[in-house]
Design a protein around this ligand. Structure first.
Ligand code: C2E
Ligand code: MG
Ligand code: MG
Length: 680
């Protein structure tokens, strides 16, 4: 028989040599292409080489030297072929996984699989050795029982998997590899069946030789398949690289946002659409204020992280269809393809400004950032990308000039008043934060005792350029924009604090009147706010008089009554301001639980000249008194007016006749000069 066994040895030898060559080839390719799957495949081929070589040696030892199964040399070859055969399979699949998934296999998973395969190899090799009693069963060394089944299953499953994954069907490499796996699996099944039927011992060696050849052919198919895979992978990788390069060309590397060229591209498209649909489009130019300081003091690394965080925040505060781009440095642009009203653009700008005001936590630093935004609009401010961007940029500079931390519209895009209003709102917002608002206090004189019974707090804006501005200039804007709420809160707190201070200083309970706007009056937490201010300042509730107007009381009269009752319960007094203008229905006086009626100055103005006005005033005062209300006359400027009001037993007088609204010092001087008793 030895002469017949020799071809088998030769074939295993040839397979070993082919596999070894393949190992070297894979290593060389790996050096070139730096793909990890090539390394895995190199180990797979090396294992196969070891497996084939050790099998050849095993057969040689058996046939030539008639060594017993238990001989250490035979044990060693069996172990090597057992372990190497398994490892070959594992590495083969590692390679495929990495090729398909484009990511490395996890270290733990790979260790686990390799150890498992090795242990399995040792166990089956030892088991096989024990079972192999007859030399005819030699072939069992490689294909005995369970392991053969496992091999077959794994390869066939691998083949099906390769066929199924993401459209790899059309790709020759995967197709070939799948075919090679399928054949390999079929070959294993064939071994199994042949062994089970004892086919192999009978037909003996020529058949085995044939099988050996078949293995060699499959091995070659696999080599070709792997080469095809590599080529495909390379071309795909270069495609991906092209996409990536394109991305890099159109995106900012630091933030991942579109860059200038892409922004202009999108603006061109959006302009065409806006033009067709007759829509307004907005371009924002954002520039962080004093970013350079942060960069210089904390370093570029922190600066970069801040820019990334800023980009993220802006991205989150705009809608999906909007394009936010980084123009370079700390400059960003924003394209809003459709704005219904110009105010919408302003709202978005304000939202971004507010969003960026929330401190950034970068590393251990808490960074405070403000932003200046310029806005240009299509079609008003330009029809082409360059003009729009340039104009937005110009507007941004205007925002910087206006003291940063605000937005500016490029040009009169709406009528001049609306624009002015927006500008004013912008400035007013800052005024509140920068303590440009101050309060003046106008004395309310008690007619009976002729003392300063209280003061009305009246807000003023100490504008750095325009000087002292009166409420007529800004209260409407504050109400329309909602700014009246924070402003009103500030007024309330400041006035209560000041008057509490005076109560201590003057030694008697001077009261304070604070105006509430309709908007404030609708705030659900107004009562809580007032209660908190009283508690914080220590002002007795009955020393506070809140002034509401008829119009604000009427906006939701049921609610108003409820709110007023709650204030009553708190002990705070309520005055109806400007009575005699507007709706002026005596009906309200009964329905609303108020304490004081303030006759409007226009009304008071006429009582000396218009007899019917005087009659009405007299009637109102007596009606108010019958309803148990205090009456305050506003705008009393003359002795004659005072005389009538005194005669009609008006309770308190407010007006230039006694005093204009005064600053803190002026009011203190007034009280000091006249004492508590006013002797005019
Ligand atoms: P008001 O509540 O009726 O305040 C009285 C206004 O009449 C004050 O004008 C005061 O300076 C003015 N005045 C007082 N005596 C005389 C007088 O003898 N002759 C004339 N011609 N005017 C007199 P001011 O300070 O310009 O305030 C105007 C309005 O602005 C206030 O009317 C009030 O409705 C509103 N306002 C003022 N401060 C605040 C505030 O803090 N919050 C709210 N929501 N509104 C305020
Ligand atoms: Mg008032
Ligand atoms: Mg008034």
């Amino acid at each position: 028989m030895p002469d017949l066994q020799e071809p088998i040895i030769a074939i295993f030898g040839a397979r070993a040599v082919a596999a070894a060559i393949m190992t070297l080839l894979m290593l060389a390719l790996h050096r070139n292409f730096r793909k990890d799957y090539l390394l895995h495949w190199a180990w797979a081929w090396l294992s196969l080489a070891l497996y084939a070589a050790s099998t050849a040696v095993a057969i040689g030892l058996e046939i030539q030297y008639h060594l017993a199964v238990s001989h250490p040399a035979r044990m060693a070859t069996a172990l090597i072929s057992g372990v190497a055969g398994n490892l070959q399979m594992v590495w083969l699949f590692f390679g495929c996984y990495e090729l398909i998934r484009r990511r490395p296999i996890k270290i733990r998973a790979s260790r686990f699989a390799l150890t498992g395969a090795s242990i399995l190899g040792v166990v089956t090799a030892l088991g096989g050795q024990l079972r192999v009693a007859r030399p005819e069963d030699l072939i069992d060394l490689t294909s005995s029982g369970p392991r053969t089944i496992l091999y077959a299953m794994v390869f066939i499953a691998g083949s099906i998997y390769l066929l199924q994954i993401r459209g790899h069907k059309e790709r020759l490499g995967f197709l070939l590899l799948s075919l090679a796996f399928a054949l390999w699996g079929a070959q294993q099944i064939h071994y199994l069946v042949a062994t089970a039927l004892h086919l192999l011992p009978d037909v003996a060696v020529p058949y085995a030789t044939l099988l050996g050849f078949l293995d060699l052919i499959l091995q070659s198919v696999m080599i070709v398949a792997m080469m095809a895979c590599l080529l495909q992978d390379q071309s795909e990788a270069s495609e991906l690289a092209t996409v990536e390069i394109e991305h890099l060309a159109y995106h900012d590397a630091l933030t991942g946002l579109p860059n200038r060229p892409l922004f202009i591209d999108r603006l061109i498209v959006a302009l065409a659409q806006a033009n067709r649909a007759n829509q307004t489009l907005a371009v924002f130019f954002l520039d962080l204020d004093r970013f350079k300081d942060i960069n210089d003091s904390l370093g570029h690394n922190i600066g970069d992280q801040l820019l990334r965080a800023v980009a993220e925040r802006v991205r989150r505060s705009v809608r999906e269809g909007d394009t936010i781009a980084r123009f370079g440095g700390d400059e960003f642009t924003l394209l809003i393809p459709r704005v219904e009203r110009i105010e919408d653009a302003a709202t978005i700008a304000q939202k971004i400004i507010e969003m960026l005001k929330i401190p950034f936590i970068i590393g251990e630093n808490e960074l405070f950032v403000t932003t200046s935004i310029g806005i240009s609009l299509f079609p008003n401010d330009g029809a082409d990308p360059e003009t729009l961007v340039r104009n937005a940029d110009t507007a941004m500079y205007r925002a910087k000039e206006h003291g940063r931390d605000n937005y500016q519209l490029y040009a009169p895009a709406m009528n001049a008043r609306a624009l002015e209003r927006l500008a004013l709102e912008n400035l007013l917002r800052k005024a509140l934060n920068q303590n440009e608002l101050i309060l003046h206090y106008q004395p309310l004189i008690d007619l009976k005792s002729r003392t300063v019974a209280g003061v009305e707090a009246l807000v003023r804006w100490n504008h750095p350029d325009m000087g002292l501005l009166y409420p007529a200039h800004f209260i409407t804007v504050a109400e329309l924009s909602g700014l009246i709420v924070p402003i009103g809160n500030w007024v309330l707190r400041t006035a209560c604090k000041q008057v509490r201070h005076w109560q201590r200083k003057f030694g008697y309970e001077i009261s304070v009147s604070v105006n509430l706007s309709a908007r404030q009056f609708q705030q659900p937490d107004l009562l809580a706010q007032v209660a908190q201010v009283l508690e914080e300042t220590g002002l007795p509730p009955h020393s506070l008089e809140l002034e509401i107007t008829e119009s604000s009381a009427m906006q939701n009269s049921e609610n108003t009554i409820y709110t007023l009752r709650e204030f009553k319960a708190l002990g705070v007094r309520i005055a109806m301001d400007d009575f005699g203008t507007g709706y002026s229905s005596l009906n309200y006086l009964k329905r609303f639980p108020i304490d004081t009626l303030k006759l409007d100055k226009s009304f008071v103005n006429d009582i000396t000249t218009d007899p019917s006005d005087a009659a009405i005033a007299t009637a109102i005062i007596s009606l108010a008194h019958s309803l148990n209300l205090d009456v305050v006359a506003e705008g009393v400027e003359t002795e004659a007016q005072l005389a009538i009001l005194t005669r009609e037993k008006c309770d308190r007088i407010q007006g230039y006749y006694f005093s204009k609204p005064r600053s803190i010092q002026e009011l203190e001087a007034y009280v000091a000069e006249h004492g508590a008793i006013i002797v005019r």
